[in-house]
Design a protein around this ligand. Structure first.
Ligand code: FE2
Length: 742
């Protein structure tokens, strides 16, 4: 282990090029693939080899998911487009916000080459978003970006742009695939066609974050459901686990997504008067969603008003009382089973999110993760220039650092009895916040081994926005004439660490003598995403591959300094962080080795970084995926496929390349680089790998019409028309003219 220093003595000798790649700012929304799989797709892309050779023992299929902006994202001139978009160019939309695009790299016909398909994830709200954007008659129902979320009168978009979960519920069944994210039901994707097939769980099997509604406002079809972006699947018992979360008083500001939206409407209405103008011709066919026009008697009106006010107040009270976390189990075909998770007799309170969870042989592990989803992320939307100062003030008032300690909740799987409604959890606190963690499958003697990337003072919910450019101290962000990095994740405010922690699941205690932590001044800055050999589920993790952001001067903001100046576990002073950021630390791919507990002597560290690759100046790596070379199950016998960004995107590669490393020798650099002139990605996130892709044959399917019928029947004729013409039949108008044909 390399001990930290309060100085920068181990700094890279030569200052690196601190220009973060602008290629991350643009993304293509084009779909590619075989016509028989996707009739709307352009041709399948055969990847070009830039350097090296495709290893002939690569196998299977790598899936990558990424947000690629929304239906109304602009092109480089600010114009509407259906192709290459700049989703964050408004100055406040993070690159996280956008429809999920699934990319699949096929390595199953290497003699012909490597091929790439891509397809947008399209749950029902996608079709509502598209139709309300294109068709004038639905314009009052349009969705808009509010920071990290995309909202409208119909509710919140389920963008499914973050991660995957492969599933295999029986020996006979081929592998199935889920697309996931933190705020919406997971959806099953056909691995072959990449088509969006069905949600997991009916609408009425999930509970919304809050049931607050304004007097006179009908329930929204697309309510806010909070879950985990990383449900887990146990291939040995063939069970999938996820969570359904509601949060309340302990994190009241984070509960206010609907109120944030209402607040925005209120501001807009003050400025613009009526929020929606509808021309006379349309007026006859349109009923605004908040009020039905059926004539009511005075008595009925009074009853309706009282009822609405009561619902609103009840929802408001619920903010203070309705904590809940349900642990859900699914067998791939039936209803979701669920248990309320309690600790000391009370429902557990999640203060941030359960971005990640884990399953071991005997336990389910939940973590209140360092990924906050809160009202300040909604506020700076710059819808009106007059309110910019006010919005900045609100951001600074509401915003807060992520919690610096981890609250783990541990549930014994044998306690998940069908006849019970709740399950008790043990709580364990581990210092040093984490957003991602893994667990060894085996837990001998009830000892659970957790592997954390401690993202110390590095906040994935903070991104660069217009507000970061109006301060002399952050002029470094604006010193060049390059595009501003709007929407890009902010850099770390302290060094990150890796931790291997052992917890007694039965007692709910941290086993103190078994804690191991490592940090390295050269490498451990912003370890974002990991991959490992899990094709044959290992009993314990021996090697985990992490990609790290590095330190970039143009990702350092004064707002982050302000948020984390009082960080509890600080290793480097803010002055040192400033120096290091100015010098730069390259983005890297590293292998974290975890020695068996029994092989290390007392006082020795189980953790080491035996192999790493630092990317060239100006290069940034994301989305690593381990591809096994064969079925040996060895933790280093394979390849790491990852996505690399560089430059400003003007290159013929669009500044995006797929690099392939030998997992056993990262330091020797990539063995192959792939590119294609039509591959243009922005902020890619998680990945997965399937050995084979077959057309989905599972019969589990939730009919969207039945799923939404109850709530849609309560809506105006306009909303019912939208669902009947566009959402249920999965139709997309390409232009306004298509709307007239419907
Ligand atoms: Fe994640």
């Amino acid at each position: 282990m390399q001990s930290p220093s309060k100085t920068v003595r181990n700094a890279t000798q030569e200052a690196m090029n601190q220009t973060f790649p602008r290629s991350v700012l643009s993304a293509s929304r084009d779909e590619f693939g075989n016509k028989e799989d996707n009739p709307d797709a352009k041709d399948l892309l055969k990847m070009n080899v830039k350097d090296g050779e495709l290893p002939l023992d690569l196998q299977g299929h790598v899936f990558i998911v990424a947000p690629v902006g929304s239906i109304d994202s602009p092109d480089d001139r600010g114009q509407r487009t259906n192709s290459t978009v700049y989703p964050s160019s408004d100055g406040t939309t993070p690159l996280y916000n956008g429809d999920g695009m699934i990319y699949r790299l096929d390595f199953d016909n290497l003699e012909a080459g490597a091929f790439l398909s891509s397809r947008l994830v399209k749950p029902p709200c996608y079709y509502a978003d598209t139709a309300t954007d294109k068709c004038q008659k639905y314009q009052n129902l349009k969705f808009k970006n509010y920071g990290i979320t995309r909202l409208g009168a119909l509710g919140v978009r389920n963008q499914l742009n973050t991660a995957f979960v492969p599933l295999k519920f029986s020996q006979a069944e081929s592998e199935r695939l889920l697309a996931t994210w933190d705020v919406g039901r997971p959806y099953e994707i056909d691995p072959k066609t990449l088509e969006t097939v069905t949600p997991v769980g009916r609408k009425d099997e999930w509970k919304e974050v809050t049931n607050i509604s304004l007097p006179g406002r009908l329930p929204q079809p697309f309510g806010v459901i909070q879950t985990s972006a990383h449900p887990c699947f146990d291939p040995r018992t063939r069970e999938m686990f996820t969570v359904n979360i509601g949060r309340s008083f302990s994190n009241i500001f984070s509960q206010l997504i609907p109120i944030g939206y209402i607040f925005k409407e209120f501001l807009d209405s003050i400025l613009h008067g009526q929020k929606t103008k509808i021309n006379a011709k349309e007026k006859d066919s349109v009923i605004l969603p908040e009020l039905e026009t059926k004539p009511l008697s005075l008595c009925n009106k009074i009853v309706a008003i009282v009822e609405s006010i009561w619902k609103f107040l009840r929802g408001l009270i619920g903010i203070f009382t309705d904590n809940f976390v349900y642990l859900m189990r699914w067998d791939g075909s039936g209803n979701l089973q669920k248990w309320e998770v309690r600790h000391n007799g009370f429902s557990i309170k999640i203060k941030q999110s359960i971005h990640q969870m884990a399953v071991t042989e005997d336990y389910i592990v939940l973590l209140d993760t360092a990924f906050k989803v809160s009202v300040e992320e909604l506020l700076p939307t710059l819808t009106n220039k007059k309110y910019q100062r006010f919005e900045k003030l609100l951001r600074n008032f509401f915003d807060r650092p992520q919690l610096s300690d981890n609250s783990f909740y541990i549930i014994r799987r044998s306690d998940l009895k069908p006849e019970k409604f709740y399950v008790d959890a043990k709580k364990v606190t581990i210092s040093g916040e984490a957003a991602h963690f893994l667990a060894d499958y085996k837990n001998p003697g009830d000892l659970i081994t957790l592997h954390l990337s401690h993202v110390c003072a590095w906040d994935a919910a903070e991104w660069i926005s217009e507000f970061d450019f109006d301060n002399d101290k952050t002029r470094n962000l604006a010193t060049t004439n390059l595009q501003r990095l709007y929407g890009t994740i902010a850099g770390p405010m302290d060094i990150s660490k890796f931790g291997c922690h052992v917890v007694n699941g039965k007692k709910g205690e941290l086993v103190k003598e078994h804690q191991n932590v490592i940090m390295d001044e050269k490498y451990t800055w912003g370890p974002a995403i990991s991959t490992y050999q899990n094709h044959l589920l290992p009993d314990r993790l021996e090697d985990i591959y992490w990609i790290c952001l590095g330190c970039w001067e143009d990702l350092k903001t004064e707002h982050m300094v302000h948020l984390y100046k009082g960080y509890k576990y600080r290793e480097f002073s803010l002055e040192s962080i400033d120096d290091i950021t100015k010098q730069g630390r390259p983005s890297n791919l590293l292998r974290l080795h975890i020695a068996p507990q029994e092989s290390v002597k007392k006082g020795e560290n189980r953790l080491s970084i035996p192999d790493a690759y630092s990317f060239p100046d100006g290069y940034w790596v994301m989305s690593p995926q381990f591809v096994p070379r064969n079925n040996s199950g060895s933790s280093t016998d394979g390849y790491i496929v990852c996505l690399v960004h560089y430059g400003d995107g003007s290159d013929e590669t669009n500044g995006n390349e797929i690099w392939i490393f030998d997992a056993a020798s990262l330091e020797n650099g990539p063995v192959c680089k792939l590119w294609h002139s039509q591959l243009n990605v922005a902020f890619t996130i998680h990945t997965t790998w399937l050995q084979k892709v077959n057309k989905r044959t599972a019969t589990y399917w939730i009919d969207p019409q039945k799923d939404y019928n109850d709530v849609v029947q309560q809506q105006s004729r306009q909303v019912q028309d939208l669902f009947n013409k566009w959402v249920y039949p999965k139709q997309e108008p390409k232009t306004e003219a298509d709307c007239q044909l419907s």
